[in-house]
Design a protein. Structure first.
Length: 134
């Protein structure tokens, strides 16, 4: 009897794990929009977003020593739950500056997701991250 109960529990666990994996895979296969009726928003608005970038930027030492400045253009996807995924640099400046832009964007809190027809959808977002020495 114990074996039957144990096997049943294992079967339920395996099925629920498979179901959860399918959910993650299907979420990633959803369309990513460039423009939607209600675009994603950083919590607190664009002013708060700029403040986040300013407070969290760590100017890389090698870029400082070489006096490298510039604007990294990066893209990311705001998921239906507001989390950030697929962060990429589309306009590079300097390797350590590019890496710092990616680090900062990956560390952002969840956004308010974009909506299309009243439903949360995945939205691609592009931002410039400016590095300027003081």
């Amino acid at each position: 009897m114990k074996k039957v109960i144990l096997m049943s529990l294992m079967a339920v666990f395996c099925l629920s794990t498979i179901s959860a994996q399918k959910t993650v895979v299907s979420k990633k296969n959803q369309k990513v929009y460039d423009v939607v009726e209600q675009m994603p928003q950083y919590p607190g608005g664009m002013g708060a977003f700029l403040e986040f970038l300013t407070e969290n930027m760590k100017y890389p030492e090698d870029a400082q020593k070489q006096k490298v400045e510039g604007r990294v253009i990066a893209t990311f996807v705001v998921e239906t739950d507001g989390s950030i995924s697929d962060v990429k640099v589309v306009k590079q400046v300097f390797p350590s500056l590019d890496a710092e832009a990616i680090r900062m964007l990956k560390s952002m809190p969840k956004w308010v997701p974009g909506k299309q027809n009243g439903k949360p959808v995945r939205v691609k977002y592009a931002v410039p991250v400016s590095f300027k020495m003081k």
